[in-house]
Write a protein that binds this ligand. Structure first.
Ligand SMILES: [Cu+2]
Length: 150
């Protein structure tokens, strides 16, 4: 026996898929590139993530939340090295991209601090990073894990 008719369930799934695709393409003001992280050693529960974010839209974009299935939480951090070579870092409350603005996250600067990573980051692995912006624009960035020592 064959049945070539679409079932109502299949039709609903097809409609929902197209709605999701539409929602994703309707809001793509912020683009992410050059995502990477560093390998971690066993027992270490934190990691830093780097990316370049660019606002291609005509409106300011405010970052509301950062998350990853591989970490309990992720914070925005800024770090710097002083004249004596001492490195320190501190949390950054918010991040907003003006129209056309590009912000680079990099070592000894702005970074995404992964807290409570669920397993060590292995060289070559891809770490998903979800960035939620105002107006429900959410983008996913894949961070490529580089060796701990470059
Ligand atoms: Cu940090």
């Amino acid at each position: 026996m064959t049945n070539n008719r679409f079932s109502p369930g299949m039709l609903t799934a097809a409609v929902m898929t197209s709605l999701v695709a539409f929602a994703m393409t309707a809001r793509a003001d912020v683009q992410a590139a050059e995502g990477w992280s560093r390998a971690t050693v066993p027992g270490v529960s934190t990691a830093a993530g780097y990316v370049v974010l660019t606002n291609k839209g005509d409106n300011p974009r405010k970052l509301l939340r950062i998350s990853s299935p591989l970490a309990e939480s992720i914070m925005l951090h800024q770090s710097s090295v002083d004249a004596k070579g001492m490195a320190r870092m501190w949390p950054v409350a918010k991040l907003e991209l003006a129209p056309g603005q590009s912000i680079r996250f990099e070592p000894n600067g702005r970074h995404m601090m992964f807290m409570g990573i669920t397993k060590p980051f292995a060289v070559g692995a891809q770490v998903p990073l979800m960035l939620l912006f105002e107006d429900e624009e959410e983008i996913t960035v894949m961070l490529t894990v580089r060796p701990l020592v470059p």
